[in-house]
Design a protein around this ligand. Structure first.
Ligand SMILES: [Zn+2]
Ligand SMILES: [Zn+2]
Length: 239
């Protein structure tokens, strides 16, 4: 069969299959049934993407004409750059909270797809993926570490291995309850590096679910200082 005819045949087959067995897609943010893709039209109208003029280091939204946010200007970050495809607000925030505390683990795959897309567009080169660790009590309560399953999905999409080299030693105060400065110190000495040789001279991608002030990623990046380059990613960025 010539290629053109073969392509046409495949297309017709797809149309027939779609008619007989319509795909049941659900919007990743509001859960409503949609004909295709990941996000419904309503949610797309909610300014969900982390777009506009953003800090070249931590990916937060900043005023036009600036390259770097005030926090990154004041103190050099230990990571090179962070990437988050969505804004942590509205429907995105709601879906991530479900993902983190309501057992909506299945969203990891879709979230990872958007992160991988962003990393590809920005041509981020990394050798290994390192998830931000959760304390064992938190994992027990929730049943999983949201950053870890996100890392596993990213690994499937990018064919890069996950190295679980960070370990959360103590259950720290919820970052949500703290101000900016408290957040930076709350995590000190709460995480340890288990295996230095696994990260030495490697390009690392740290994975977390949300970036709020960047304090968690900063703590992890400090421990990974023997690496060559450190990048970070998350589903969403607080702006
Ligand atoms: Zn929706
Ligand atoms: Zn910044």
């Amino acid at each position: 069969m010539n290629m053109n005819l073969k392509a046409k045949f495949i297309k017709i087959k797809d149309i027939i299959l779609d008619t007989l067995f319509p795909h049941n897609f659900k919007c990743i943010f509001c859960g409503r049934d949609i004909p295709s893709d990941y996000i419904c039209k309503d949610c797309l109208n909610h300014n969900i993407f982390n777009e506009g003029n953003r800090c070249q280091v931590c990916d937060t939204l900043i005023k036009e004409g600036n390259n770097v946010c005030d926090h990154c200007k004041r103190k050099k970050r230990s990571f090179k750059k962070a990437y988050a495809p969505f804004r942590y607000d509205g429907v995105v925030r709601k879906a991530i909270l479900q993902y983190k505390s309501d057992g909506a683990k299945y969203l990891a795959k879709s979230f990872a797809t958007f992160i991988a897309q962003r990393l590809e567009i920005e041509e981020v080169e990394f050798d290994i993926i390192v998830p931000v660790p959760s304390h064992k009590d938190a994992i027990k309560k929730r049943g999983y570490n949201p950053a870890k399953i996100l890392a596993n999905e990213l690994s499937k999409l990018t064919s890069k291995p996950v190295e679980d080299v960070l370990y959360k030693i103590v259950q720290t105060k919820n970052q949500k309850l703290l101000d900016y400065n408290e957040r930076q110190t709350n995590l000190e000495n709460s995480i340890m590096l288990l295996n230095n040789s696994a990260i030495k001279d490697k390009n690392i991608l740290i994975v977390d679910d949300i970036i709020t002030t960047g304090a968690t990623i900063e703590t992890c990046a400090n421990l990974l200082h023997k690496a060559k380059n450190i990048y970070a990613c998350a589903i969403a960025r607080r702006t």
